[in-house]
Design a protein. Sequence first.
Length: 390
Amino acid sequence: MSVSRRGFIGGVGAALGYLGTGASVDVFGQNRPQAAGAARAPRMTDDYDAMAHLSSNENCWGPPDSVMKAMNNAWKYSNRYGYPDGNLVSEIAKHHGVKTENILLGAGSGEVLDFAATTYLLGGKKVLGVEPTYGTVFQHATSIKTTAIKLPLNKDYTQSIPAMIKAANDHQSEIGLVYLCNPNNPTGIVVTKDEVKQLLDGVPKTMPVLIDEAYHHFVDDPRYATSVPYVIEGRRVIIARTFSKIAALAGMRLGYAIAPAEMIAEMRPYSMQSINALVKWGGVASLKDTASQADVKKKVIDLRKKTTSELEAYGYECLPSETNFFMVAIGREVQPVIQEFATKKVAVGRPFPPMTKHLRVSIGTADEMARFMTAFKEIFPAKAKTTAAV
Ligand code: PLP
């Protein structure tokens, strides 16, 4: 059974509002602002700043100097419409070895997920994907009055590619888009390059497949690879990328689609073209600052390994994440636990049905992770390992 997003916001928002801590927890921080009529409650700066932000898979260190400098230099264009933008689209195309006609910008990759969904689902086609995964495409499907075909994860929390292929073929006439999040959010688990090939070879040739690579930059597993080469091959594949994670520009809103030229042309009418001058220049600088990104990746992986080892030693099993977040099996319902963490000024991830006995934790600074571990040990007793059952 799925929980409606609006109902859930109301329930958790109300619960958090009455915690008595004054803490305003960003349970949906990593999603885009709500549609008109569902405005977010304003946040008090002091409360926000006092929290350890481990709820939204952000980059806690912020953009590097190279990116800050590029954005600061772009203020002079803030009063203009047509202005030099550092050739962002060409730079992205060059970065991936594709043509500019293969790139379409979005205000965050959330917008990419939206315009891809609008393009291929409008008129009542369904999206096929797993549950749990990143929910934007499913929510967007609901907002344009269509639905999703959601498949359960395997017992080990991987995505079942054979099941996806079967569903894509069985429901071929109903499906407008396949959504594959790789690595998956919230589990952090990768789909291997062999499995991606199996999927793309197995679904009907004309069926668009949207592969969300928001966490691509954190992956170390050699069995994983980007799916950009399939775009170059001309398959009906859209890759979504973001500057919100490794590049630390979540608040500035920049992402993009990489797809065959005809798919970019199909999606373009639904894109807002609303990227600001500062982040365009920041994006260009970020693509070039590979040293800073390598540094962020190392810090994330070190802190993830340290925290998950501590949790395992304390008796709590963690899923094998390749991202800047991980899931820990807590053996009881997560919703009240989220609230307990909030009272200790630690914001942790929202529930991801049906995995409601797992807690998703983003990687923050060393200090934030230490605060998380202290809070965890106050909330949970040391014990023999939990089983990671859904
Ligand atoms: N895709 C995935 C898998 C995500 O986890 C997120 C955000 O957390 C997004 C897309 C959207 O991010 P943004 O719109 O900031 O690029």
